[in-house]
Design a protein around this ligand. Structure first.
Ligand code: SIN
Ligand code: FE2
Length: 218
């Protein structure tokens, strides 16, 4: 499969670019041509910073396994949510952000209307069937002028995309292997989450869903 199949002109086709807000969209299948480069890069990151179950400040263990790469990685524990330069589990800097992650995120952000996106943090989530992500805002980053770029692989999910208040109505957006969601600008702080993942088997990834979100954190 060649990259020019997914050139910008092609993405302007309405079936590939789905608007979900004034400055947010789903880019259907955008990551598909990248998958075979993403997965080995991801394996290298995970060898240095394996998935772990984090605890929220309120004392709940998150059902998704988490890791990070890039200059800054995201951590949650009883003291709160924050970005750190060092992986608290290994005591070493977080693994470097693979070039293929940065490039994909920059391309997707540009197509979504955000030129020159430079991610310095990438959170990696692993969901097994039953795992979910409660409604939350991504607000630990210093720079809200940069969007969030979210890449989904493996089992499908229902992504909840809400408003600026926790109680606002949510859109239910099915996400499939290779889909990318971008939210930024006026939509940057909208609440979002993921419903419990249904049982299933994905031909490439088996019984799991991987999601990575790229941000400008520092
Ligand atoms: C997140 O909000 O961190 C994850 C979103 C997703 O898994 O699709
Ligand atoms: Fe999030």
């Amino acid at each position: 499969m060649t990259l020019d199949l997914f050139a910008d002109a092609d993405l302007q086709q309405p079936e590939r670019f789905e608007s979900i807000g004034a400055q947010s969209c789903v880019l259907r299948g955008f990551a598909l041509p990248w998958v075979e480069r993403l997965l080995p890069a991801l394996a290298k990151v995970l060898a240095q910073a394996p998935f772990r179950q984090m605890v929220t400040p309120g004392g709940f263990t998150m059902s998704a396994g988490l890791s990070s790469c890039g200059a800054l990685g995201w951590t949650s524990d009883r003291d709160g949510y924050r970005y750190t330069r060092v992986d608290p589990q290994s005591g070493r800097p977080w693994p470097e952000m693979p070039e293929v992650f940065r490039q994909l995120a920059e391309d997707a952000a540009r197509v979504a209307g955000f030129a020159h996106f430079a991610a310095d943090a990438c959170l990696i989530n692993r969901y097994v069937p039953g795992a979910k992500m409660s409604l939350h805002q991504d607000r630990n980053e210093r720079d809200f002028s940069a969007p969030v770029v979210s890449v989904s692989l493996g089992l499908p999910a229902i992504f909840l995309f809400g408003g600026h208040e926790r109680g606002d109505k949510t859109q239910r957006i099915p996400l499939f292997h290779g889909d990318i969601v971008v939210w930024g600008g006026v939509d940057r702080l909208r609440f979002h989450g993921v419903l419990p993942i249904k049982d299933g088997h994905h031909p490439r990834l088996g019984a799991e869903r991987l999601n990575f979100t790229l941000r400008t954190a520092g």
